[in-house]
Design a protein around this ligand. Structure first.
Ligand code: NAP
Length: 249
């Protein structure tokens, strides 16, 4: 039995993963602020049970109870695949212009939320002997600096290191979870639209991202979702590792 839990399930990569697993797994728990109206239909065709837990992941003080609510929905014997996918690219501005409020939103959604959710998930499942996989969606920006992306690059870099440490520690746990980072590469989603609409003064590489779109270089989130699910299906994950879509194509 398989349960998928996905944050940021309403759009982009999260929506592509959600649609795929709604059609093929036993149980899905979908988390975002908004809902995709197609979920009901896909789930009813396949017989997958699904629950939507609406949540603004910026509200990090609510996340330990979110994990309790999530786990209450999961069958005691089910394998669990927990995909921390929700993310924001803003603020796109050079340092000196970021502002505390937008920096805080980025840090909460991109770093605090997946870190707190991972911490609580490991705590609340530590005595449970079943397959437990956490995927933290990463980015090339975790490894490389981009002009104007200080918030995004640093939150993704922080999450990548958090995942590496968690993977290392779980090696010694009695009932270990597997944790990986997964870098999906450039995809044709709303996030790329936000990147292309950034002010040129704020984002030096803006034209390059227009070229990616114009030359058809953005991958479809459906293809990336399929590759991620194949990786999870294959099973033999290296705990704490940064997996890159480019190595899976
Ligand atoms: N697109 C790319 O080229 C690219 C490249 C590398 C890495 N990534 C990473 O891939 C992941 C998915 O990106 P995407 O392109 O699919 O993004 P997207 O199309 O902008 O979708 C973002 C998802 O995150 C959710 N989200 C955003 N803020 C939230 C909040 N405060 N609370 C709850 N949910 C929130 C949104 O749901 P609601 O609005 O309904 O809340 C939405 O479902 C992200 O982690 C991103 O950093 C993307």
């Amino acid at each position: 039995m398989k349960t998928f839990i996905i944050t940021g399930a309403s759009k982009g990569l999260g929506a592509a993963i959600a649609k795929r697993v709604l059609g093929s797994s036993d149980r899905c728990i979908l988390i975002s602020r908004t809902k995709d109206p197609e979920w009901e239909e896909v789930a009813s065709q396949s017989g997958t049970k699904f629950t939507f837990l609406p949540m603004d992941l910026k509200e990090t003080e609510k996340l330990s109870s979110l994990v309790r609510d999530m786990l209450m929905e999961v069958d005691a014997k089910s394998d669990i695949y927990f995909i921390n996918n929700a993310g924001v690219i803003d603020p796109i501005k050079p340092i000196g212009n970021l502002g505390q409020e937008s920096l805080e939103t980025s840090m909460r959604v991109n770093f605090m939320a997946p870190a707190v959710l991972t911490d609580e998930f490991i705590k609340q499942t530590k005595d449970s002997d079943r397959k437990k996989v956490v995927v933290n969606i990463s980015s090339g920006a975790a490894k490389n600096p981009y002009h104007g992306w200080a918030a995004y690059c640093s939150t993704k870099a922080g999450l990548e290191m958090f995942t590496r440490v968690a993977g290392l520690e779980q090696g010694k746990a009695p009932f270990p979870a597997s944790l990986i980072s997964f870098s999906p590469g450039v995809m044709d989603t709303d996030m790329q639209g936000t990147i292309r609409s950034a002010d040129e003064q704020d984002f030096a590489d803006r034209d390059k991202f227009h070229e990616y779109k114009d030359q058809g270089m953005l991958r479809s989130p459906e293809l990336v979702a399929e590759k991620l699910l194949q990786l999870l299906e294959a099973g033999d994950l290296d705990n704490g590792k940064f997996y890159d879509i480019k190595d899976l194509l």
